[in-house]
Every structure is written in structure tokens, then in C-alpha cells.
Design a binder for this molecule. Structure first.
Ligand code: FES
Length: 109
């Protein structure tokens, strides 16, 4: 499987307290700061498949969905006590730009 590396925004476009929503083709991704690093994961909450995680907050290494409070690990996307998980994406900063790595099978226009 090949990987697409996409420049999605500038570093200063990602707010400090909440997420930044990024739409790339069919992908709806949220970028957030966590302990000085950027993390990227799908913006779709498994509870009701809503796209509001970018409005959630990080609490104790978990992102909390603002709608009903489900929480997912920032580290691996898992939810305590359930089998659901968020897909996460590798990301990095290069010359003030945020680059997200998306598996090609997930990348469709
Ligand atoms: S839609 Fe996210 S917790 Fe309900």
C-alpha cells in the first residue's frame, strides 16, 4: 500500500485548545496539539458517526467528543471498555507546514 503525503495547513493554523478540521478528498481529519506535538485522527465519532471531534477537547490523553462525551485515546484511538477505535494518521511538521500521511486506499477524490 502506498502513502500519500499531503500538506494540509500551516502550523499556526492549528488552534491550541481545539482541533482543526481538514477535508482531503473523502477524508475528514482532525489535527490537534497534544503535549507539544501534533496528532491527526479521523473526525468521525464511532458513536453516531458525527463529525464534531474537532470541537472536542483533550482531557488526560483522550479526545472527548463534544456531543455525548465518548473518549478516545490520543495515542492509539481506542476507547476504554469498547472495541471501537478512531483511525489515526501520521503527521509531521516541515518548514512550518503540517504534512499528513494518508494510505492511498483511503485517498479518493
Ligand atoms: S456522537 Fe460522539 S459521543 Fe455521541
Amino acid at each position: 500500500m502506498s502513502i500519500q503525503e499531503i500538506r494540509v495547513c500551516r502550523v499556526h493554523d492549528v488552534p491550541l485548545r481545539y482541533g482543526k478540521r481538514i477535508l482531503i478528498g473523502d477524508e475528514d481529519i482532525v489535527l490537534m496539539w497534544h503535549k507539544g506535538s501534533l496528532v491527526a485522527f479521523e473526525n468521525s465519532c464511532p458513536h453516531q458517526r458525527t463529525n464534531k471531534l474537532h470541537e472536542g477537547m483533550i482531557i488526560n490523553d483522550e479526545i472527548e467528543c463534544p456531543l455525548h462525551g465518548w473518549r478516545f485515546s490520543i495515542i492509539d484511538g481506542t476507547m476504554q471498555g469498547r472495541t471501537v477505535r478512531l483511525r489515526s494518521f501520521e503527521c509531521r511538521i516541515e518548514h512550518d507546514m503540517v504534512i499528513v500521511r494518508i494510505p492511498e486506499r483511503d485517498f479518493a477524490f
